[in-house]
Design a protein around this ligand. Structure first.
Ligand code: DLZ
Length: 165
């Protein structure tokens, strides 16, 4: 599995840019909020561990994963000084097709934001078959995908800073 080959939950700080001068946004879905709060905390702690100032990390909450798209878009427009945004959600397979529609919608929506706007949006949306899988990926045996999202956000913030255009 890809994350077994490159598990960023255990990162080497010496290989990651210092985040002291970066500002981050985190948009958090209220669905499955025990899990999304753990993912948020993993991201927040990794930002601070890598040098970011707590006051430079802003959190917004939205009702569900589908609303992460609008939340991230409005956050981009409201805080143009942000260096990267993470969207945090958990979609768990149910008995209807809602899972597929929400997953497809949020994935495509966040992809579109990355094409259209200048602030990178990092995808931290778990799409699991059951609650146990989500627990395992939000501070359990498979690490914390929020931590991994924060490392990705720092790297993309640095890339954006270094890029010419
Ligand atoms: C409706 C719905 C369902 C069935 N499942 C989830 C889920 O597992 N995770 C999640 O974040 N949101 C879910 N939602 C809510 C939708 O994301 C959205 O909030 C509503 O469809 C309203 O637009």
């Amino acid at each position: 599995m890809a994350t077994e080959n490159k598990n960023l939950s255990e990162y080497d700080k010496t290989t990651i840019p210092n985040a002291k001068n970066f500002r981050f946004g985190i948009v958090v879905s209220e669905w499955n909020d025990t899990i999304t709060n753990n993912l948020f905390q993993g991201a927040f702690d990794a930002f601070v561990d890598c040098g970011a100032l707590k006051e430079n990390i802003v959190r917004w909450d939205v009702p569900g994963s589908f609303e992460l798209i609008y939340g991230a878009k409005k956050m981009q427009q409201s805080y143009d000084m942000l260096d990267a945004i993470i969207v945090v959600g958990v979609v768990i397979q149910g008995e209807t097709k809602h899972f597929d529609f929400v997953c497809e919608g949020v994935t495509q929506g966040i992809k579109d934001l990355n094409i259209q706007s200048d602030i990178p949006v990092i995808f931290c949306v778990l799409t699991d078959n059951n609650m146990q899988q989500s627990i395992d990926r939000s501070g359990g045996k498979h690490g914390n995908k929020g931590t991994e999202a924060a490392i990705a956000a720092i790297k993309m913030a640095q890339l954006r800073k270094d890029a010419k255009f």
